[in-house]
Design a protein around this ligand. Structure first.
Ligand SMILES: NC(=O)c1ccc[n+]([C@@H]2O[C@H](COP(=O)([O-])OP(=O)(O)OC[C@H]3O[C@@H](n4cnc5c(N)ncnc54)[C@H](OP(=O)(O)O)[C@@H]3O)[C@@H](O)[C@H]2O)c1
Length: 284
């Protein structure tokens, strides 16, 4: 069953196999902590905190995302360099393998598409940090370091897991086209709802108001819903077990954070519309 959808149900690397379990367990633990009120200290869950060294949210979020963008670009650059160098060597008769054949190998092409998608995902984040979001506060240095490390580490390992899938039997069901559609829907919907959030504050304002417009009429965190859709797209593009574990982490964490966020709105805003769910309209 798994071989229909994944490159190989067991990855050839023990390191990646262990990491897949660690990512899954971390998603469960971090989701559980969010539900228990032990939040990652940023945004509305860092209000009024003065503990530790605080960075402005804009600086901290750049540190969150920039390394992952650079990692994805580096992987992409190395792959394209290797492909071009091999084509040249092949033309000169110094390399036996047919590179055109290799490039058409499923995993080789997927690697390029996946690395491009990851780079675009983080480039969009950097763009939003610089030009869209209207932040009100700061983020502790410890949260900044932890989150930046987690993003960089998981992006690098997602691409590594894809790279070592080259040469493995391709899954019989190709989820990449659907993955690309989900990825585009995910990043567009996420961007649109971030734009709506940014319109809630005039320049210099720091308060919180009840969001409106788009899917905010139905859920408190539509931007998280689209983030999850985007990561499902990334998992479908990669069709590696690691890609699906990373998706599970994002889903569990953002599900729990959206439930905490709804609770926060209920407490803060009298007359909060009770039909407004946390993440999925009419359901959760
Ligand atoms: N992949 C993952 O595991 C993961 C995890 C977390 C987040 N994310 C991504 O990061 C994005 C941002 O996440 P986030 O948790 O920072 O979102 P957020 O708490 O909703 O904040 C997003 C922006 O909107 C502002 N904002 C939020 N609620 C507001 C309100 N009621 N009134 C006025 N302004 C408001 C925030 O200002 P303040 O900063 O002043 O609160 C911030 O500038 C998400 O959409 C998601 O794509 C991904």
């Amino acid at each position: 069953m798994a071989s229909q959808f994944l490159f190989e149900s067991t990855t050839p690397s023990l390191y990646i196999q262990v990491l897949e379990k660690v990512v899954l367990v971390s998603g469960i633990v971090m989701g559980f902590m969010e539900l228990k009120g032990i939040h990652l200290k940023y945004s509305k869950f860092n209000q009024g905190s003065s503990s530790g060294v605080q960075l402005s949210s804009r600086t901290a979020m750049l540190i969150f995302y920039l390394p992952s963008f650079l990692i994805a670009v580096f992987f992409l650059f190395c792959k394209l360099l290797w492909v071009n160098a091999s084509i040249l060597l092949e033309k000169l008769g110094l390399l036996q393998i047919s590179i055109s054949l290799q490039l058409h190998q499923d995993a080789g092409l997927r690697f390029i598409i996946l690395a491009t998608a990851v780079a675009l995902h983080f480039l969009k984040r950097v763009f939003e940090v610089l030009f869209i979001h209207q932040y009100s506060g700061g983020i502790t240095m410890s949260t900044t370091v932890i989150v930046s490390f987690l993003y960089s580490f998981s992006s690098a390992n997602l691409l590594y897991a894809m790279q070592i899938s080259e040469g493995l039997t391709s899954p019989s069901v190709d989820l990449m086209p659907l993955g690309l559609v989900l990825f585009v829907v995910g990043i567009s919907g996420n961007l649109y709802h971030h734009y709506l959030l940014s319109g809630l504050r005039k320049k210099g304002e720091k308060g919180y108001v009840l969001p409106k417009g788009g899917l905010f009429e139905f859920v408190v965190c539509p931007h998280y819903l689209f983030e999850i859709i985007g990561f499902l797209g990334i998992a479908f593009i990669s069709q590696t077990a690691f890609g699906f574990c990373q998706f599970s982490f994002v889903f569990l964490y953002l599900l729990a954070r959206s439930l905490s966020t709804r609770e926060w709105y209920v407490k803060k805003f009298e007359g909060f519309p009770s039909h407004r769910k946390a993440l999925v309209p009419f359901i959760i």
